[in-house]
Design a binder for this molecule. Structure first.
Ligand code: HEC
Length: 101
């Protein structure tokens, strides 16, 4: 847990626009994605897509589509059900900023 915090604190410094309390919220959100997509945005399993380095607008639109049920996927619909636009935007910005593999 501690090293996740260090990692996020570091990210907070290198990612402009992440200020004050908002990064704590983003940190919690990202931690929820990590078991499947990894903190580094690389899928942990063959069925899980890599998010690292993907187009930001694409990621954002996929999250909206999952939330609205336009893109059907049980886990992702569950993950996105309570997300705000702002949260989806920051998640898309975070994962698109990571180096692809
Ligand atoms: C339980 C595992 C799991 C968790 C947790 C999870 N995802 Fe996913 N995610 C998936 C799977 C599996 C897919 C592929 C869905 C499909 O086949 O349509 C996916 C797809 C996606 C996509 C679409 C990628 C693409 O290339 O089209 C995005 C964006 C995404 N997830 C973001 C997130 C974010 C952000 C979180 C954290 C809030 C998260 N996911 C948490 C399993 C997960």
């Amino acid at each position: 847990m501690r090293c996740i915090f260090l990692f996020l604190a570091l990210l907070c410094c290198v990612t402009p626009g992440w200020v004050g309390a908002s990064w704590a919220m983003d940190g919690d959100l990202i931690a929820g994605c990590a078991p499947c997509h990894g903190l580094d945005g690389i899928g942990r399993d063959a069925e899980i897509p890599n998010l690292a380095g993907q187009n930001e607008a694409y990621l954002f639109n996929q999250l909206r589509a999952f939330r609205a049920g336009r893109r059907a996927h049980q886990e992702m619909q569950y993950m996105s059900r309570h997300m705000t636009e702002l949260e989806m935007q920051s998640l898309a910005a975070y994962f698109s900023s990571l180096p692809p593999r």
